[in-house]
Design a protein around this ligand. Structure first.
Ligand code: C2E
Ligand code: CA
Ligand code: CA
Ligand code: CA
Length: 279
């Protein structure tokens, strides 16, 4: 038993070292990825459910690693967040997405709104509002074509500070969306206090609407709640015609999901623009 114990311990220790080394490796790789321009954005269409037109896209970060290939954000966002690297990476995302949206506008596509995910670290930056303003000015993107996606977790620390910040962002003319709505811990009272425009229903609810009456009831309630508060609702993770039909029947405003399109490189967005909803 003793031997087994020691072996287990050694195994545990060496896997800890592996994990620590892996972290260090990824951290320094993330650092150079920015310089080497290994990050790319893919864009996932957001459709107006009633009319069927693509009205916006969500910018989603990928890491085009020279050896690993296309790395999904789930594998590095957490570490980028912990190390603070998400701040310069996020700034790059914001600038690239806004420049791209402006380029689509200049090409006569759209108007296409672009949604950008904001991390907690970025939200805590003192110069967030100025940096967003600067990107809008530099790229020439009309502010209403930028939507910032925030999660409820950003609000729990300092509610008063968050309210101030959101009002300042709102004053720039950008749209504000609550991402992954329904999965956080914060109370619903912030919906009255915060100047937000959009609720995005998390895909964990959407995935079950056709088979789970409780999930269906939650989605119906979120749509009603949003509309009563004069907010728009976007459902994410729509994968089937059945889910789309359910959402349409219950008045959901916009949809996003693999059923319509996966996130695609910027160059492929134009080819998607003819009505996708027909499927
Ligand atoms: P999110 O903001 O909730 O983004 C939606 C995720 O759901 C995306 O994953 C998207 O590809 C995926 N998705 C879209 N439609 C479907 C569907 O029909 N079915 C399923 N199963 N999934 C669908 P992705 O691109 O891997 O991004 C994962 C998360 O990484 C994002 O979740 C967001 O939290 C984070 N993220 C991505 N880009 C950025 C970024 O630029 N900055 C920050 N801070 N976070 C980012
Ligand atoms: Ca999002
Ligand atoms: Ca989401
Ligand atoms: Ca999510």
């Amino acid at each position: 038993a003793k031997k087994l114990g020691r072996n287990c311990y050694q195994f545990y220790q060496s896997s800890m070292n592996d994990a620590a080394q892996e972290r260090l490796r990824i951290e320094s790789a993330l650092r150079s990825a920015l310089e080497r321009q290994e990050f790319v954005l893919h864009y996932q269409p957001q459709l107006d459910l009633a009319g069927g037109a693509i009205v916006g896209v969500e910018a989603l970060l990928r890491w085009q690693h020279p050896e690993l290939g296309m790395v999904a954000p789930q594998r590095f966002i957490g570490l980028a967040e912990e190390t603070g690297l998400i701040v310069p990476i996020g700034a790059w995302v914001m600038r690239t997405a806004c420049a791209q949206a402006r380029a689509w506008m200049d090409a006569g596509l759209g108007p296409l709104r672009v949604a950008v995910n904001l991390s907690a670290r970025q939200f805590a930056q003192r110069d967030l509002v100025q940096s967003v303003a600067r990107v809008l000015a530099d790229t020439g993107l009309p502010p209403h074509l930028l939507e910032l996606e925030l999660t409820e977790s950003l609000f729990v620390d300092d509610v008063a500070q968050a309210v101030t910040l959101l009002h300042q962002l709102k004053a720039l003319g950008v749209g504000l969306a609550i991402d992954d709505f329904g999965t956080g811990y914060s109370s619903l009272s912030y919906l009255r206090t915060f100047p937000i425009d959009v609720l995005k229903i998390d895909r964990s609810f959407v995935g079950q609407i056709a088979v789970d009456t409780d999930q269906a009831a939650i989605v119906i309630s979120i749509i009603a709640l949003a509309h009563n508060l004069q907010l728009k609702v976007i459902a994410e993770g729509v994968e089937t015609a059945g889910q789309r039909d359910f959402l349409r029947a219950h008045g959901c405003d916009e949809v996003q999901g693999y059923f319509f399109s996966r996130p695609v490189p910027a160059g492929e967005v134009a080819s998607l623009l003819p009505a996708l909803l027909a499927g």
